[in-house]
Design a binder for this molecule. Structure first.
Ligand SMILES: NC(=O)C1=CN([C@@H]2O[C@H](COP(=O)(O)OP(=O)(O)OC[C@H]3O[C@@H](n4cnc5c(N)ncnc54)[C@H](O)[C@@H]3O)[C@@H](O)[C@H]2O)C=CC1
Ligand SMILES: O=C1O[C@H](COP(=O)(O)O)[C@@H](O)[C@H](O)[C@H]1O
Length: 288
């Protein structure tokens, strides 16, 4: 892909995971309402390709969109406790502004950062905490209706709907990635739900790379690593995008330490050297 890719929210956690992984592989336009320090910008990105702008500023967004072939849209309020006025402005109005500008500019592919919170309502009292544990077979696969657990999740469901509209009405390819819990270097520590939906930094970069490379119409996929604990299916991401994650929160202890190091393993990222070592927090141990 020779034409630029517009990355909104480039300075944030997800944006930086993407740029650190595939920053040298594309021509980027980086947009964020905060100026990006040089340390957050890949070497080849010039000042002219850095936009300090708010995504609700239609004129600025259209300026940044000129000549762009694909968009990864991350900018927004990521707080699950975000109030309505913020998600309405940043996540719904902002997303509509970016998607409309993209469709008008003839952008081919649009990747939208949706969230696990768009479907948080499926985590009912009856299903939890079993849902978060290895061996539980409950799966959401992206074909279910949104079921937000908070107003932030409502705003993400709205973004998915906007994507459907701009795909159907304007032919733009749209993929909505329901991102789980992006955490660097190890799964969230001592947090079953977070470990079930862990997305490692390298899998994050690989997944968004696949979103830029694959051909699709409209898709909703889950963005998690290949975790033993999981209640999201990654089959659709594999099939539609060619996603092939490398990490698994099951390779870490509940406290977030790599199992092979604790077990004196060979450090190859594979399973623990001693299969009898009781590393799974759900596995009863003598005296535990
Ligand atoms: N980090 C995670 O585990 C998850 C993130 N997501 C979604 O991924 C996206 C990125 O999340 P993070 O990187 O974690 O958030 P972040 O807060 O680290 O980064 C967001 C970036 O967007 C910028 N931004 C916010 N509102 C803006 C606006 N109106 N105009 C221009 N720039 C704006 C901020 O300055 C910031 O650099 C969000 O849409 C979030 O909802 C979804 C699920 C999980
Ligand atoms: O959508 C998001 O989800 C992640 C994970 O949710 P959590 O309930 O496990 O915290 C969250 O960390 C992130 O801030 C949010 O944007």
């Amino acid at each position: 892909m020779d034409e630029p890719v517009l990355l909104t929210g480039a300075g944030g956690r997800v944006g930086q995971a993407i740029l650190r992984g595939i920053g040298d592989d594309y021509e980027w336009r980086l947009l964020d309402r905060e100026p990006l320090p040089a340390t957050k910008v890949p070497d080849r990105v010039t000042d002219a390709d850095r936009y300090v702008a708010d995504i609700t500023d239609d004129r600025a967004v259209r300026g940044a969109m000129d000549g762009v072939n694909a968009v990864i849209h991350l900018a927004g309020d990521p707080r699950k406790t975000a109030p309505w006025d913020s998600v309405l402005r940043n996540n719904i109005d902002g997303t509509q502004t970016v998607m409309r500008a993209a469709a008008d500019a003839g952008v081919e592919k649009f990747v939208f950062a949706s969230s696990n919170h768009a479907v948080g309502g499926y985590e009912t009292e009856e299903r939890t905490p079993d849902l978060y544990r290895p061996g539980d077979e409950y799966r959401l696969d992206g074909t279910e209706l949104p079921r937000p657990g908070n107003l932030y999740g409502v705003s993400k469901a709205a973004g998915e709907s906007l994507g459907r509209f701009f795909h159907d009405e304007h032919g733009m390819s749209v993929v909505c990635v329901r991102i789980g819990n992006l955490t660097k270097d190890h799964p969230p520590r001592e947090y079953e739900r977070g470990q079930a939906m862990w997305l490692s930094h390298r899998d994050c970069a690989h997944l968004f790379d696949r979103c830029l490379q694959a051909n699709y119409g409209y898709e909703i996929v889950y963005g998690i690593s290949n975790n033993d604990r999981r209640y999201y299916s990654i089959e659709r991401a594999r099939e539609a995008l060619g996603y092939d994650p490398a990490d698994n929160s099951g390779d870490y202890t509940f406290e977030g330490e790599p199992k092979e190091e604790q077990n004196g393993g060979d450090g190859d990222g594979g399973p623990p050297a001693d299969p009898n070592f009781p590393t799974d927090p759900d596995t009863p141990t003598d005296g535990a």
